[in-house]
Design a protein around this ligand. Structure first.
Ligand SMILES: [Zn+2]
Length: 368
């Protein structure tokens, strides 16, 4: 089986760290300039994916742009600063604003036909770690084409808390943590009540500016959201919550054993009622139970034991360390493009670029 893992690229250097500051527009522009090539490439990849699947989606890029525009007024009304951030990214990367917006609203306009974000997230409190630190871990599963565009953003916004986040290509930052000790990990879920509203990437970008856990929840559950993710919120105090959201419903899950796991299906019985295509989420269920079991197997975890869970290959290739690269199914082709462990106590992020079974972790510190 070992040779099956060799289809995963090996990166010999850490992903780029992009340090930005100022207004959201200004930060976006700095990101766009620093990562012009991968951002342009991510838009080109999205266009190619839409073109390759036009029969199934009944949608070409021009129609996708037309659809995407409908979401903008909702985002402008509640979060104009993050729309400005998108404007800045587009300007810095020499891209049309419409194209970048379409990239950021892709999940909505394709009606989730692109079942790509099969991520795995878990967290442990200080009671369950050997050194008393609070950890939040996340495997980001996405199209293999976007792996080259992975980057770490260290941001000092002029009106919001500093944050450290992982992103790729031209997507708004959303997985990361801020100077108030709040981390957010996101997993796609598939609600039936999606509508035109505030795009989920804009909603999750806003969470990085939260000062309190309840404030982070309020940002997730904002009125007129387009759909929802599962947001795993972890606070440096060891409080951790899974906020399962759809466009109109939500549930907040917590834990009594100091660990919390989430993948791509709803866990709450009420939320299951608004989940579509549950039958397609079988590998999500396997990853969920597998991660829960591996977390239970150790009373006290270390950075290394959490990273070992991220490298797990049970149910390969749809494993926690995801290697599902079937070239013949572009809608389902995906892999783990990075794995990260946030140490909220030390304010550090340890990130492996690509599949963590093949790549070493690099450490980034929050600049606050
Ligand atoms: Zn692997």
């Amino acid at each position: 089986m070992q040779n099956q893992f060799n289809n995963a690229p090996v990166h010999t250097a850490p992903p780029p760290l992009i340090e930005v500051s100022g207004s959201c527009y200004e930060m976006g522009r700095q990101i766009g300039e620093a990562a012009r090539e991968p951002i342009q490439k991510s838009v080109a990849s999205a266009r190619a994916l839409i073109a390759a699947t036009v029969d199934k989606l009944q949608l070409d890029w021009e129609q996708a742009k037309l659809q995407s525009r409908k979401y903008l007024p909702f985002a402008e009304e509640k979060y104009p600063q993050y729309v400005d951030e998108l404007r800045g990214i587009a300007a810095g990367a020499n891209l049309a604003f419409d194209d970048l917006v379409t990239l950021n609203v892709m999940e909505a306009v394709t009606m989730d036909a692109l079942h790509l974000t099969r991520c795995t997230s878990f967290a442990v409190s200080q009671e369950r770690s050997e050194n008393g630190h609070v950890y939040a871990a996340h495997n980001e599963d996405w199209t293999p084409d976007d792996e080259d565009g992975v980057m770490v953003i260290s941001a000092r916004p002029e009106k919001e808390p500093p944050f450290l986040a992982m992103t790729y290509g031209g997507l708004l930052s959303n997985v990361g943590f801020n100077a108030h000790g709040i981390a957010q990990l996101i997993n796609s879920v598939y609600p039936i009540d999606a509508r035109i509203g505030i795009p989920r990437l804009v909603v999750s970008r806003a969470v990085l500016a939260a000062k309190r856990i309840s404030g982070a929840m309020g940002r997730i559950l904002i009125d007129h959201r387009e759909a929802g993710y599962n947001h795993l919120l972890v606070h440096e105090s060891g409080e951790m919550y899974s906020v399962e959201a759809s466009a109109r419903k939500f549930e907040v899950l917590s834990t009594t054993d100091g660990t919390l796991t989430h993948t791509n299906h709803y866990l709450d019985p009420q939320m299951k009622l608004v989940e579509k295509n549950s039958y397609e989420l079988l590998s999500s269920r396997v990853r969920y139970f597998r991660a829960c079991r591996l977390l239970r197997q150790k009373e006290k975890h270390t950075l290394e034991s959490l990273q070992a869970i991220q490298k797990d290959h049970v149910n390969f290739p749809n494993s926690i360390c995801n290697h599902n690269m079937r070239e013949d199914h572009p809608l389902d082709c995906e892999k783990t493009i990075n794995a990260l462990v946030i140490d909220l106590t030390a304010r550090e992020m340890h990130l492996a670029w690509g599949n963590p079974c093949q790549n070493q972790y690099y450490t980034y510190r929050l600049n606050a």
